[in-house]
Design a protein around this ligand. Sequence first.
Ligand code: MLT
Length: 260
Amino acid sequence: MDVLVGGVRLYYEVHGEGDPVLLIHGFPLSGRMWDGVVAALRDRCRLVVPDLRGHGRSAVTEQADMARYAEDLIAVLDAAGERGPVVVAGMSMGGYVALELCRRHSRRVRALALIDTRAAPDTPEVAQGRRETADRVLVEGSDIVATAMVDRLFAPEASPELRSEWLRRMQATTPMGVAAALRAMAERPDSRPTLTSLDLPVLVVVGEEDAITPPEEARRMAVSAQRGRFVAVSGGGHMAPVEQPREVADALRDFLDRLA
Ligand code: MLT
């Protein structure tokens, strides 16, 4: 399905019946990363699965920031008929967007699941590196980011097929979408104060072999939240929802059951 936001066409899917859950993908991925989680949860949840602007089947714009992504998702939820609070689950960059949603639209968030992500902002060096990579991507193409990322995304035991499938998908993200997201991540605010001030159930999930957002940092996030829970997924790297979808779905199901 599509929704137009200020003339920009955003793609989203809705699956299943039950508690509404918004699934926000990471960078430079798409809603397809949730396929396994959706299959395991569709008997329990109504899953709204968007492609962020510049990713997957959504249109691309030259600029984006966390606020723009978050407002886009409110338009997606409205279009999907979800005008009340939903459980918001974000993976990596999707977690940065989920925390922005909490800041801007707290009444739309029933509970928060942060998956393979962090609340801290970039260091100045990392942010500068992202801006430089954004400039290069526009000249050299998305492949430079896709090939640099693919090995760090997965646990060592992930199959070569899974790696090449996701390499192809990342390569297919347009350079403009990749550059806009890199700049958006570089400029994102510190979400640690947001996380500690939220009076909401917060689930932090991380692959035990996540090399990008390490388990120790994830555990500290869960401890810093007022109502935090922590789940480490064995056999999962940064792409735990893709590598171990059933375990991630089980963690979300248990989290939802506790909300009831
Ligand atoms: C992601 O998976 O969304 C990115 O690795 C996040 C990041 O680079 O900070």
